[in-house]
Write a protein that binds this ligand. Sequence first.
Ligand code: IPE
Ligand code: MG
Length: 238
Amino acid sequence: MDGNGRWAQRRGLPRSAGHRAGVRPVRATVEACGELGIRVLTLYAFSTENWKRPRPEVDLLMSLCVEVLDREVAELHTKGVRVRGIGRRDGLPAAVRAALKRAEERTAGNQGLQLVLALNYGGRQEVVDAARRLAREVQAGRLRPEDIDEDRLAASMDTAGLPEPDLLIRCGGEMRLSNFLLWESAYSELLVTPVHWPDFGRADLLAAVAEFQRRQRRFGGLGSTPGGALGGAGDPRT
Ligand code: IPE
Ligand code: MG
């Protein structure tokens, strides 16, 4: 989710207004993903680098997280959405940790859309944390270094058990990953839209999915094997 600040600036408003305006598209996107039958939606809400922002902006983003989680959880639960957080939780304010925990616990049994919230998340930090977990296993004598493979590493990440993202949408026009799901997005289809997040709507999501459906996915192969050319069915991991 990017472009909140520019959205506000263009209107002569403070950046905080952009962040507040960024709440509505969260709702709209979650709803649309649910209706489309998308299994997992990951929202990059706050990166490990976002702490560099001025304190009042960080505080606002954190309190918006709590506000939105607490206000929306009942409806998410009704819709069968399951909430899960990724990122370094111990670096988050206690109120955010608590709100996330409440949402996760309340929706734990749901079978619908999985809504993954990346909070204090960084792709590199996630790999570091996974390496530490594995090192501890080795140190404890429960794991041999030669048994560490891609599956084992994937299972040690915050995203353990989640499918790799098929489509990565970046709004706000920047052509970079900004430390988002670095390991998991190895074969994700990338889509950059100039639309600022507060303006991102249902139509933008549908257009992105339509664009995704036109992509040829070969996963490094030639894509000529049956079912191997287009996304979804041909992907052995899905
Ligand atoms: C939102 O957009 C990103 C969050 C950290 C929530 P920005 O705040 O990065 O907006 P721009 O890039 O300054 O326009
Ligand atoms: Mg930005």
